[in-house]
Design a protein around this ligand. Structure first.
Ligand code: ADP
Length: 816
């Protein structure tokens, strides 16, 4: 290296040791100063020409560095700015001016002063070509470094490359690159620019090597990270896709869940085996298959059934009775039967429940007493309507091979009940019918048969379910349409229609309070007395039960509530006079007894599903050739009774005072008014005969006698059904003498006490009694005829003592 001419310049300057920092000439930077000694050095610099000697500490840890703790070479710098920061720290902005070497430390306290020596070359002494080559090399290496490190901004890069002075170039580059302190110091130590540049090339090349390795490491790391991330992402996606498709993992979890549920469900052994088999099948099925959902559905059904669940039954008779009485008025037979059953259950725990069939017209409380029975026995209640069921599969389910197959209604009801000792009401069992799809009654037979139903098999379920603890109750309107074998399984309890008296009681004690509560009305809000209830019963309803009565009461409650709110009234009073305002004009009127005794008109009694009714039979005779005409929509049986009646009269014509050739000379027209309503049944026989005799003999029929009974050709009177309803109808129509067949004597007990008190029941075994009672000969003495009392025909006293027959002679006269 060529040594040029140099000037050595010495000066004494305050020294500031730097920690972890190397300041080069041409460099402008700021740093914070906190050490007292350093601050004092700064102060000193400010007093003098703002020059300070900055030199790096060898070890950053040393707080109070001595001469040997700092490098020899540093930078003479100018303090350009001081800024006091909070907490005795000073931020100082300096500009490096020239490198210098310590020659002597002149003072160490209160701050360090040192004598420093600069070496200033007066002229460049390098071979220009060589220098150019070195500079180019520096440029190339630096550019490479720039590319790799990306720590230097392109602007800095450009301005650095523009520096021409070799020494400055080396210093500025060294200042701008990230280097270990030692490396920086090495460059700083070099006073000779060329040597400095060469030093820089070495250092940069080493740095580049390091950077390259670093880069390849980070590329590798990044690749690894990328790969991990990618895998994670794909895996997440796969999971989503799998769960969308119902993946195997999902199925495994599901299968586990089913197994757990099965274990908990306490299934009978056979059922558990079957269920586990199905679970295994599920596992083998392809994800998302349709069959899978069939299996799931099946398993859900199995798990939903109350295989082992029961409610604790109530055996307390008294409590049960209280519950039954609280809900329903009357219905004594039903209540008693239930209490008997309860009593027997206590003695013989395993006794099978009776299958009661509550038979009666609509609205008599069959359904609601069933519910109340369930409550009294503390069994869950489920109602299952059988009306319109025609297919065996509805009871017993479809086999699982059918698409969309389901268990039948029994299993459905069990699921709903949630306990295996529930009370299931089979409503309207008489409305079940059969067709080509099989007979539901046959399935019902199995359900109701105590010998078989401990293992009832539903087609869908395939495994047996024990129905033996279920209490079945059935209801029917009409026993005739129930298949005989089914009827034989059941114990029929008849619930006949209610009398007006009973209805009044039901309405005042049960229906009215119930509806008022439902409508939010209190006793003070709505006032209506018994008379109003009677009017509703008589003029707005015509039914054996109380369903419409309840509906009309609800109607009144609704209207009353509205009036209370709109008129801001405290209470509403309803009486017979304003009733029409609430319920509209009267819907019904009852046929009342005839105004007077008439020839050829007799009052019969009919039974209809909505209760009993009066039935007028009119007969006209006119000259003719013996034709008989029957009008009024009469059924076959009724027509036959008419003919039987005529035959009987012909055979007895003389005894009855009738021309024995009447059948040749006269035409007879029998008519039953209200032709729109079909009428049938044999029970109008004696009524027709009476009307005929009256017409032919011109003896009027008493207007206040009603009758019912079948007639034979010999004039015998045969038993009929529905006596209670018929008696109620007669009573309602104001007729207080009723002729009934002797064979129905036993049924008189059913008739409510208050009616028995007022009505006279004449028990007839033969037509003679009927005619004696019904015909009023007083008005037609000239047609007096003689009826021979056969002895066996008697006008019977009804079971009530106070009713006298009123027969005074062999001619019928009746006390009125
Ligand atoms: P059904 O099943 O016989 O057709 P419901 O059970 O539907 O009759 O009865 C109709 C309504 O009449 C129900 O609100 C019921 O509570 C009421 N009801 C019927 N009979 C009585 C009764 N004896 N006591 C109290 N409420 C009754």
């Amino acid at each position: 290296m060529a040594e040029g001419k140099k000037v050595i310049k010495k000066q004494i300057l305050p020294l500031l040791p730097l920690r972890g920092l190397t300041v080069f000439p041409y460099m402008i930077l700021h740093f914070d100063v906190g050490r007292t000694k350093s601050i004092k050095a700064l102060e000193e610099a400010m007093i003098n020409n703002q020059l300070i000697f900055l030199v790096s500490q060898k070890d950053v840890q040393i707080d109070d560095p001595q001469e040997e703790d700092v490098y020899r070479v540093g930078t003479i710098s100018r303090v350009k700015q001081l800024l006091k920061l909070p907490g005795d720290t000073i931020r100082v902005l300096v500009e490096g001016l020239s490198r210098a070497e310590i020659t002597e430390i002149t003072q160490t306290e209160p701050f360090i002063m040192s004598e420093v020596m600069e070496k200033i070359s007066l002229e460049p002494v390098y071979d220009e070509v060589e220098m150019e080559a070195i500079i180019r090399k520096v440029h190339a290496v630096f550019e490479e470094y720039f590319q790799l490190s990306n720590k230097i901004s392109p602007d800095t890069m450009v301005s650095l490359m523009a520096i021409e002075d070799p020494g400055q170039l080396a210093d500025v580059i060294a200042a701008n690159i990230i280097l270990k302190q030692e490396s920086k110091q090495e460059i700083l130590n070099e006073f000779d620019p060329k040597a400095r540049l060469e030093q820089l090339i070495v250092i940069l090349s080493k740095e580049i090597e390091i950077l390259e390795v670093e880069k390849s490491i980070s590329a590798r790391v990044k690749k690894q990270i990328d790969k991990n991330q990618r895998e994670y992402y794909l895996r997440e996606q796969l999971k989503a896709i799998q769960s969308e498709l119902g993946d195997k993992d999902g199925i495994t979890a599901e299968v586990e869940e089913y197994k757990e549920k099965i274990a908990k469900a306490a299934l009978p052994e056979e059922v558990e085996k079957k269920a586990l088999k199905e679970v295994d099948r599920l596992l083998k099925m392809p994800a998302g298959s349709a069959e899978g959902s069939v299996v799931r559905n099946y398993l859900d059904w199995i798990l939903d059934l109350p295989w082992d669940k029961t409610t604790e039954e109530r055996f307390d008779l008294k409590q049960a009775e209280e519950i039954l009485d609280a809900d329903h008025y009357g219905l004594e037979k039903v209540k008693e039967r239930i209490l008997e059953y309860l009593a027997i259950r206590q003695l013989a725990k395993d006794i099978k429940g009776p299958i009661l069939c509550l038979a009666g017209p609509p609205g008599v409380g069959k359904t609601s007493i069933a519910k109340s029975i369930a409550k009294a026995l503390n069994r869950n209640y489920v109602r299952m309507s059988l009306g319109g069921v025609r297919d065996e599969a509805e009871i017993r389910g479809h086999r699982r091979t059918y698409v969309g197959s389901m268990p039948g209604r029994i299993i459905n009801a069990l699921k709903q009940a949630g306990s295996k000792n529930a009370l299931i009401l089979l409503d309207e069992i008489d409305k079940m019918s059969s067709d080509f799809r099989g007979d539901p009654a046959a399935a019902m037979l199995e359900v109701l048969d105590a010998e078989q139903n401990y293992a009832f098999r539903d087609h869908y379920l395939e495994v047996p379910f024990d129905l033996s603890q279920i209490l079945f109750l059935t209801t029917a309107n009409n026993l005739d349409t129930i298949p005989r074998p089914l009827l034989d399984r059941m114990e029929v309890l008849h619930i006949p229609g209610y009398t007006e008296e009973e209805k009044v009681n039901i309405a005042t004690k049960y229906l009215l309070p119930k509806q008022m509560e439902k409508h939010g009305l209190s006793k003070n809000n709505l006032k209506l007395d018994e008379k109003v209830i009677r009017d509703i019963i008589n003029y707005y309803t015509r039914e054996a039960g109380v369903r419409n009565l309840e509906r009309e009461i609800a109607n009144i409650c609704r209207k009353a509530a509205r009036i209370l709110i709109t008129n801001n009234q405290k209470s509403v009073t309803i009486n017979s006079r304003n009733l029409e305002k609430y319920l509209g004009i009267k819907k019904y009127r009852y046929d009342m007894a005839n105004e007077k005794d008439e020839v050829g008109i007799a009052t019969g009694l009919a039974w209809t599903p909505v209760g009993g009714d009066t039935l007028f039979i009119e007969v006209n005779v006119m000259e003719g050739s013996g034709k008989v005409e029957l009008t009024g929509h009469l059924g076959d049986v009724m027509k036959e009774s008419a003919r039987a009646a005529i035959s009987y009269i012909r055979s007895k014509a003389e005894d009855l005072g009738i021309d024995k050739d009447f059948h040749k000379k006269l035409d007879i027209h029998i008519h039953v008014p209200e032709g729109a309503t079909p009428k049938d049944g044999p029970s109008a026989g004696i009524t027709m005969a009476t009307a005929l005799v009256s017409a032919l003999s011109e003896v009027p029929v008493r207007k206040n006698v009603a009758m019912t009974g079948e007639i034979t050709l010999r004039g015998r009177v045969l038993a009929i059904g529905g006596l209670k309803e018929k008696a109620l109808a007669a009573y309602r129509a104001g007729i207080y003498t009723i002729i009934v067949p002797m064979d129905n004597k036993k049924d008189l007990d059913e008739i409510p006490e208050n009616i028995r008190k007022k009505v006279k029941f004449v028990l007839a075994e033969h037509m003679d009694t009927v005619l004696k009672t019904a015909l009023n000969d007083k008005q037609k003495r000239k047609n007096l005829y003689d009826i021979k009392d056969k002895g066996n025909d008697q006008i019977q006293q009804s079971s009530l003592e106070h009713v006298s027959t009123g027969i005074k002679s062999n001619l019928p006269t009746i006390e009125q």
